[in-house]
Design a protein around this ligand. Structure first.
Ligand SMILES: Cc1cc2nc3c(=O)[nH]c(=O)nc-3n(C[C@H](O)[C@H](O)[C@H](O)COP(=O)(O)OP(=O)(O)OC[C@H]3O[C@@H](n4cnc5c(N)ncnc54)[C@H](O)[C@@H]3O)c2cc1C
Length: 459
């Protein structure tokens, strides 16, 4: 039982992680007395800035990432079904594209690797009669999983005529798409509140851990400080995970990177409204006229625009009905930094992202002579070194962490919160649980693996 001054579980952070934790504890595990604390409105920090995409397309080592994402997507499917798809889940897939023969050959191996990790079957389309079916714009039921690799250029042109002419291979990962993160979060929060979860506005400033276990949490708000007696505390503080970890005397091995997205109005329709998520997997040299080139070459501040930019520019259409919005993301700088707000973004980012995406979709080049009005926003990816999140117990009894959800926290939040709820409700844990515990770093074999870690799966 809980009163105003006591709780069974206090969760710090009402982003998607904290809200999903409250939902899984209260609604799916029947735990009472859950209090969700945030110093701002729910879902207003990082969880408001996402591109809102999801995928079960993840690298190894091991199958833990694919397994937890499959679980998370199973939960998204269930939630979509029971809510009449209130958060507009679609399954358009992620289409990775290349104009590089070497990379094109690698697509086949990548699809087979993904199959071995549990992402679903690899299908090859390299000419002749093809079973390839593009994804419908809406809906998520009864659609293929796995990966289609298209090496037949006629097939590419038939279904993706808007891509660059020299595109020679596509990899279409199918159990992927996007949804409204705000709608999902609000749905989970409403369900959680129906089951008695309390939302408290204020900043968690102190956690009493006398005797090595959680005893109380002090929350400061406009009305003054309030102390809640509780045996359990969940750190779901997003970019402030490390800071809140210190309240428990635990130094969490996480850091933050700034990531931004551009929204532009594609009034010319360069990106079809039913397009999937599109990712260019080759590095890109931005196209400039000879005059622009010599001007850029003479400027210390802008010379870098003549250099090759890393692979990974991506984008998708956003919104239903009459919407002409297109979202673009291209992360070419990933220096770790202290999270500070409000954030400032490179003023040249929209033009760079647009020029990069023009390599994939030449029709976007129509906007380069006169840039359309663009809107830029973003947040921090809070990450561990190998880009795998943290969900599980901390070395203080009764303390837990749910964070470091990097650039995939909306898609992973249900799987991660479901895992955390298993710990708190003392249920049997899934096989992937050890991959996301903090104490994995105590294992010498894991530390050796970290030194040889390859692809982190970040787009
Ligand atoms: C540009 C961009 C694109 C992205 N695209 C995708 C995508 O396509 N798909 C996807 O799945 N993910 C994406 N993400 C990642 C996703 O947005 C994050 O992983 C997710 O939102 C993290 O959620 P969170 O709850 O951990 O953090 P947050 O949403 O930041 O929530 C943390 C909360 O904790 C609160 N808090 C912190 N400290 C305290 C304290 N001491 N007291 C009280 N409250 C406190 C904060 O106020 C905040 O509300 C993207 C992120 C960015 C920035």
């Amino acid at each position: 039982m809980s009163s105003e001054r006591t709780a069974e579980v206090v969760i710090c952070g009402a982003g998607i992680a904290g809200i999903a934790a409250a939902y899984h504890l209260a609604v799916r595990r029947g735990i009472g007395g859950v209090v969700l604390v945030d110093e701002g409105p729910p879902l207003s920090l990082t969880s408001d800035k996402s591109t809102e995409c999801y995928r079960n397309w993840w690298p190894g080592p091991g199958d833990a990432m694919v397994a937890v994402m499959n679980r998370s997507i199973d939960l998204l499917d269930e939630l979509a079904r029971e809510s009449d798809n209130r958060f507009r889940l679609n399954r358009r897939g992620y289409v990775f594209a290349t104009a590089d023969p070497e990379r094109a050959r690698g697509f086949r191996a990548a699809a087979e690797r993904a199959e071995s990790l549990g992402a679903g079957p690899a299908r090859l389309h390299d000419g002749g009669a093809s079973e390839y079916r593009p994804a419908p714009a809406e809906g998520y039921e009864n659609l293929p999983t796995g990966t289609d690799v298209i090496l037949d250029r006629a097939l590419i042109r038939r279904y993706f005529p808007y891509l660059a002419d020299d595109t020679m291979a596509l990899l279409h990962a199918r159990r992927c798409g996007w949804f409204s993160g705000q709608q999902l979060g609000m749905y989970l929060l409403e369900r959680a509140r129906d089951k008695g979860v309390r939302l408290l506005e204020g900043r968690v400033e102190r956690v009493d851990t006398t005797g090595g276990r959680v005893r109380a949490v002090t929350v400061a708000s406009a009305g003054g400080a309030r102390t809640l007696t509780t045996p359990r505390f969940v750190n779901a503080a997003g970019p402030f995970l490390r800071r809140v970890g210190r309240l428990l005397g635990v130094d969490l091995p996480v850091f933050c990177e700034q990531h931004a997205k551009v929204a532009l109005n594609d009034v010319l329709g360069a990106v079809p409204r039913d397009a999937p998520m599109l990712i260019w997997t080759d590095p890109v040299s931005l196209a400039w006229s000879p005059e622009e080139r010599s001007e850029l070459a003479s400027s210390d501040a802008h010379r870098r625009l003549l250099e090759e930019f890393p692979a990974g520019v991506h984008g998708r259409p956003e919104g239903a009905g009459e919407s002409t919005a297109v979202l673009l993301i291209w992360t070419y700088e990933t220096a770790p930094m202290e999270p500070t707000f409000p954030m400032a973004f490179d003023p040249s980012y929209p033009e760079i992202a647009l020029r990069g995406m023009t390599r994939v979709i030449p029709g976007l080049g129509a906007y380069l002579s006169r840039l359309p009005r663009c809107f830029v926003d973003g947040g921090y990816y809070t990450k561990t070194r190998e880009n795998r999140f943290l969900a599980g117990p901390l070395p203080v009894e009764g303390a837990y962490v749910l964070g470091a959800l990097s650039g995939y926290g909306l898609m992973a939040s249900n799987g991660a919160a479901d895992l955390l709820a298993d710990y708190i409700s003392e249920r049997p844990l899934p096989a992937y649980a050890p991959a996301f515990r903090l104490d994995r770093y105590d294992d010498p074999a894991y530390r050796t693996l970290l030194d040889q870690w390859g692809d982190s799966g970040q787009l």
